[in-house]
Design a protein around this ligand. Structure first.
Ligand code: R5P
Length: 284
C-alpha cells in the first residue's frame, strides 16, 4: 500500500503511513501564475493499492483532489482509496430554493467517478454518503476525543444542539460521566441563541463536543450560557476546526478554558489525531 499526501493533510498522511508501515509519497503542489493548480506525484509507477489523503475544502484542495485522483490512476494504481478528513460542502446537502444545486451530491458524484472507496470522518450529514456509488465509510472521532479527555477531570459532556446529541452521548459514556444537549436557534450565519440549560451545570467542568467550529458563534454562545449558570470551566473539542476569519481569537478570548480539535484540518489547536482511527479502518 502507498499513501499519497495532498497539500491539505501532509502531517496526517505521514503519520498514517508510519502507523501502517507503508510507503509515503508527498505530492508536490504549486500554483501557476494565473492561479490554476498544479500537482505531481514524483514516481515512475504506483503499481499498488493507493490511498490519497486530502481535504475537499477549501475549493483549491477540492481541485487538487481531482488532479491527484487522475495522476494516481495514470501511474497504474490497483485500487484508489480517498481519505477525506474534512469533506467540504457537506452542509449544503439540500435544495432550499428553486434554482439551487444539490452541492453535496455534486461533490460525491464527481469524487466517486475516479476511486474505489471513500473514507470520511464525522461528515456533517451521513445521508450524503449514499450519493457515492463506490464503497464508503464514515469514521467517528468520539473515541479519540474521549481518550484525549480521559484524565482531564470532566464532569459533564454537552452538545450545543440536538444534532450533536449522539456525539455527546458517545463521549460521555466513554468517559463515564453525564451527558446532555443544549437548545440552539440559529439567528444568522454568525449568530446563534442558546436557551438556558435545563440541567444543573453549577460547579461542573463541562466539555462541549461538536462536529465542527466554523465562525465560533455556536460555541461562544454555549460557553457563556454555561458560565452564566455557574459552570466551573468550559472546554470545547470538535472534530473539524474550520475556524473562519478570526474564530480562534474569538474563542480564546471567550468564556472557554480550552479549545481543541482533531487534525482533520491542520491548525494551531489540532492536537487530537485521527490517524490511528483511519489506520484501523484501512487495516480492516
Ligand atoms: C451545526 O449543525 C454544526 O454542528 C455546528 O454547530 C456549526 O456548523 C458551527 O458553526 P459556527 O461555528 O459558525 O457556529
Amino acid at each position: 500500500m502507498i499513501i499519497v499526501g495532498g497539500s491539505s493533510s501532509r502531517d496526517l498522511a505521514k503519520e498514517l503511513a508510519g502507523i501502517l508501515e507503508c510507503t509515503y509519497i508527498q505530492a508536490a503542489s504549486t500554483k501557476f501564475p494565473d492561479g490554476e493548480s498544479y500537482t505531481r506525484i514524483d514516481t515512475e509507477t504506483l503499481d499498488d493499492d493507493v490511498v490519497i489523503v486530502q481535504n475537499t475544502y477549501p475549493n483549491d484542495n477540492l481541485i487538487e483532489m481531482f488532479l491527484l485522483q487522475d495522476a494516481v490512476r495514470r501511474l497504474g494504481a490497483r485500487t484508489i482509496t480517498l481519505v477525506i478528513p474534512y469533506f467540504g460542502y457537506a452542509r449544503q446537502d439540500r435544495v432550499f430554493k428553486p434554482g439551487e444545486p444539490e452541492s453535496a451530491k455534486v461533490m460525491c458524484k464527481h469524487l466517486g467517478m475516479n476511486c474505489d472507496r471513500v473514507i470520511t470522518i464525522d461528515i456533517h450529514k451521513e445521508a450524503i454518503l449514499d450519493y457515492f456509488e463506490c464503497d464508503h465509510m464514515d469514521l467517528k472521532a468520539a473515541p479519540v476525543i474521549a481518550d484525549y479527555f480521559r484524565d482531564k477531570k470532566i464532569d459533564l459532556v454537552l452538545a450545543p444542539d440536538i444534532g450533536a446529541a449522539n456525539r455527546a452521548k458517545d463521549v460521555g459514556e466513554r468517559l463515564g460521566v453525564a451527558y446532555d444537549h443544549l437548545e440552539k436557534t440559529r439567528l444568522s450565519g454568525v449568530d446563534v441563541r442558546i436557551a438556558p440549560a435545563k440541567f444543573d451545570a453549577t460547579g461542573k467542568n463541562v466539555l462541549i463536543v461538536d462536529d465542527m467550529i466554523a465562525t465560533g458563534g455556536t460555541i461562544v454562545a454555549a460557553a457563556s450560557a454555561l458560565r452564566e449558570v455557574g459552570a466551573e470551566s468550559v472546554s470545547v473539542a470538535c472534530t473539524h476546526g474550520v475556524f473562519v476569519n478570526n474564530a480562534i481569537e474569538k474563542l480564546t478570548g471567550s468564556a472557554l478554558s480550552s479549545v481543541l480539535c482533531c487534525n482533520t484540518l491542520e491548525n494551531e489547536v489540532s492536537h487530537i489525531s485521527v490517524a490511528e482511527l483511519i489506520a484501523g479502518a484501512i487495516r480492516e
